[in-house]
Design a protein around this ligand. Structure first.
Ligand SMILES: N[C@@H](CCC(=O)N[C@@H](CS)C(=O)NCC(=O)O)C(=O)O
Length: 205
């Protein structure tokens, strides 16, 4: 199995899960901005020119949430997700996908307008809208983990990995507000896991 990876990027979610599940993998580590994501060979694997991309058993595919769901189905053996058919399953899927579909877009706007876009294309207005929307998502997440160690059933799951990555990124670039405090407590618990630490080797960038 091969994971195409950039330190600090969304591919950390996949690496974190692989480490938690004890799956052996090869890492194809890339560097942001060096052109490797735009090579013809890489675009044939992922036409978006982004990471993560996973290669396993002859299949090549992308999207961190889809890769996480696949790894659980193929290798999870019931670990890190409530079973299909239980009441917790839809709640688990909700947070798993919320992390990329709702929490990340405002974070993406913040990153774009602070780092990614060229100076003249950056917008203070877009940055402040992104921060406002991100704060609203953080309020929702903060309520969900208030007084709890984990998002679903108070058991560590891949939903914590998906959303925990986004918060680590926010903290890494100084965008994690002090309130709600429940988020810092939750993130601290996640960051103490050895698999988390291995997956974030190399920091952000
Ligand atoms: N929705 C995709 C987003 C992937 C994505 O945006 N990856 C970023 C890193 S976090 C990337 O590869 N950016 C490089 C670029 O746009 O050049 C996923 O969750 O896998």
């Amino acid at each position: 199995m091969k994971l195409h990876h950039i330190p600090g990027s969304r591919s950390c979610r996949v690496r974190w899960l692989l480490e938690e599940l004890g799956i052996e993998y090869e890492l194809d580590q890339k560097t942001l901005g060096d052109g490797s994501l735009r090579s013809e060979a890489y675009l044939a694997k992922n036409p978006n020119g982004k990471v993560p991309t996973l290669e396993d058993e002859g299949v090549v595919f992308h999207e961190s949430g889809a890769i996480v769901q696949y790894l659980l189905e193929r290798y999870g053996e019931g670990r890190l997700a409530p079973a299909v058919g239980t009441q917790s399953r839809p709640i688990f899927l909700q947070w798993l996908h919320w992390a990329e579909a709702t929490l990340m877009p405002p974070m993406g706007a913040i990153m774009a307008n602070r780092f990614v876009l060229k100076g003249e294309d950056r917008s203070e207005a877009a940055l402040s809208v992104g921060r406002r929307q991100f704060a609203n998502a953080l309020r929702i997440l903060g309520e969900a983990v208030d007084g709890k160690q984990f998002l679903v059933d108070d058991a560590f799951s891949a939903a914590d990995i998906m959303a925990g990555y986004s918060l680590s990124l926010a903290r890494g670039v100084g965008e994690l507000p002090e309130e709600p405090k429940s988020l810092a407590t939750w993130l601290e618990g996640l960051a103490s896991r050895p698999a988390y630490q291995r997956s974030f080797e190399g920091g952000f960038g």
